[in-house]
Design a protein around this ligand. Structure first.
Ligand SMILES: Cc1cc2nc3c(=O)[nH]c(=O)nc-3n(C[C@H](O)[C@H](O)[C@H](O)COP(=O)(O)OP(=O)(O)OC[C@H]3O[C@@H](n4cnc5c(N)ncnc54)[C@H](O)[C@@H]3O)c2cc1C
Length: 245
């Protein structure tokens, strides 16, 4: 756990953003990472739980999930498309799902996150509040560039339409996938996202899924193995979509 030198619990997200302009201050959401890592850096925690950032709303064309919505909420809310709820279930065990939040998942940008892959194929847009006000950014951009300091993810908005299929390979059925492929039929064609082949989940061309990929190997799989898995799993996910169409 980082060395917590102070704890704040603001009542509004505007107050949270004001506190977060101090370089040593960090947003605290579910705390599964922030309270779990062993980084000794002194930080002041700005707890977002009083900022009214939870809840899911459905406008028909889009589904909006407040940043403090937990992964367990995604599993149980019937308005959440199956591809997202199944990815939330696969992401973490239930003990952590009740704590971990959508906003924390986006801010962390874990390379193996099947939930981030599902959000990518559902065309997720990230609502942020920073010192210059509100902005909305595609998830892809946040994963590529990282979240700017002093900003809070306030919500994640997705297009809930279209079916999804995911194929993955892991060392055991309950282990984190080494590589996964998630495909979705969108109004304007197919979308395909991969995990385990870059330093964050990536959207790729369904017609040429491994173009430009340069995976880094580790104890779970070499770069070549990951590239090969990406090709095979992408093919399976796309085929599964065709079969259900
Ligand atoms: C494959 C995989 C395995 C994992 N395994 C584990 C595990 O075993 N144990 C575990 O504890 N976690 C694990 N995680 C990670 C973690 O559960 C998720 O990333 C989680 O969703 C983090 O959410 P949180 O709300 O708990 O974040 P927190 O721990 O509260 O915060 C995480 C980071 O995000 C920032 N942050 C949080 N919310 C916001 C926001 N709204 N706006 C801006 N920044 C924000 C925090 O400042 C911090 O830097 C795993 C993730 C993956 C993908």
């Amino acid at each position: 756990m980082p060395r917590a030198i102070a704890y704040y619990r603001p009542d509004s997200v505007e107050d949270a953003v004001a506190l977060l302009q101090e370089p040593s201050h960090r947003p605290l959401a579910g705390g599964t990472i922030l309270n779990g890592d062993d980084d000794p850096t002194p930080i002041a925690m700005v707890d977002l739980q009083g900022c009214s950032l939870d809840g899911i709303s459905d406008t028909g064309d889009s589904l909006r999930m407040g940043a403090m919505t937990t992964l367990q909420d995604l599993v149980y809310d019937e308005r959440v498309p199956t591809g997202l709820s199944e990815a939330a279930r696969a992401e973490l065990p239930s003990t952590l799902r009740t704590l971990a939040t959508v906003g924390g998942t986006v801010a962390t940008g874990n390379a193996d996150s099947v939930l981030l892959a599902a959000l990518l194929v559902h065309e997720a847009r990230i609502e942020l509040l920073g010192p210059d006000g509100h902005e909305t950014t595609p998830l892809e951009d946040i994963l590529t560039s990282g979240l700017a300091a002093g900003h809070v993810v306030t919500a994640v908005e997705v297009d809930p339409s279209g079916g999804c299929a995911r194929h993955s390979t892991a060392r055991t059925p309950s282990d984190t996938p080494i590589v996964s492929a998630t495909a979705r039929v969108a109004n304007d064609g197919l979308r395909l996202a991969l995990t385990g082949v870059a330093d964050h989940p990536v959207l790729v061309d369904p017609a040429d899924p491994t173009a430009g990929l340069d995976p880094i190997g580790d104890f779970r799989g070499s770069a070549d193995y990951r590239r090969k898995l990406a090709e095979v799993l992408a093919g399976r996910a796309l085929l599964a979509l065709e079969e259900t169409a």
